[in-house]
Design a protein around this ligand. Structure first.
Ligand code: C5P
Length: 221
């Protein structure tokens, strides 16, 4: 019989970048492809979970058996996440824009031969931190940390600061963002497990198996 240890569990995943509008035709974005988050959604569904995938703008097909909610901005993503709670597990993989423009121009901004416009930025909601302190907090809250230096130290601090149970840290100083390969360190209260470099699909499977084990500890006999 298929191994479905996440049957009966609802898993919420965020993935992809967010787009923060500047004017009707321009936006602030980042290099996130959504691949790692979509791979985790697919892996969780394969293990029997009910999966809600809240995705920023990406060009990926929806994995089989996954409910997908498309959003554009960080604030849209935060709303979609709030509406989806309560869940058993939240895995926040999205590369949420830290800042958005304070005011979105109603019309396309023009050059008009004058000085370039200054963008006034304001902070976006931190969705992971919000989920961690929610009165509907999932049993397991997993965040990601894309770091370019001192990867494990920064991830350990991020775990505490954001109130996540686990932080999956990856070194994005190479071509991880947009690529198919990832090397991650899973930082928990118990310590750090470093996985070798492998395809994002395999990272997804390894992570989701550990999540299943954490939710349903194997019976001792
Ligand atoms: O602080 P930093 O952006 O490095 O944190 C990364 C983690 O926090 C990821 O899990 C990401 O999905 C989540 N995050 C979020 N909302 C934000 C910023 C980050 O959920 N506004």
């Amino acid at each position: 019989p298929p191994h479905r240890p996440l049957f009966g569990k609802h898993v919420l995943i965020t993935a992809g970048p967010t787009h923060e509008p500047i004017d009707p035709v321009r936006y602030i974005a980042n290099r996130s492809s959504g691949k790692q988050g979509f791979a985790i959604a697919a892996a969780a569904a394969q293990l029997g979970a009910r999966v809600t995938l809240v995705s920023g703008p990406v060009t990926l097909p929806t994995p089989v058996g996954v409910d997908r909610v498309d959003v554009e901005t960080a604030r849209d993503m935060a709303e979609a996440v709030k509406r989806t709670l309560p869940v058993d597990v939240a895995i926040m993989v999205a590369a949420v824009a830290d800042w958005r423009t304070q005011d979105v121009a109603a019309e396309k901004m023009k050059k008009r031969g004058s000085a370039p416009p200054a963008l006034r930025l304001t902070e976006n909601p931190d969705i992971l931190a919000m989920v961690s302190v929610s009165d509907k907090r999932p049993k397991l809250v997993v965040g990601f940390a894309a770091e370019t230096e001192k990867v494990i130290q920064h991830a350990t601090e991020k775990r505490q600061r954001k109130g996540a149970d686990w932080i999956v840290a990856n070194d994005v100083s190479g071509d991880v963002m947009g690529g198919n390969i990832n090397a991650v360190h899973i930082v928990t209260a118990q310590g750090v497990e470093s996985l070798p470099e492998m395809p994002k699909d395999d990272v997804a499977r390894a992570l989701v198996e550990r999540i299943a084990d954490a939710l349903v500890p194997p019976a001792s006999s």
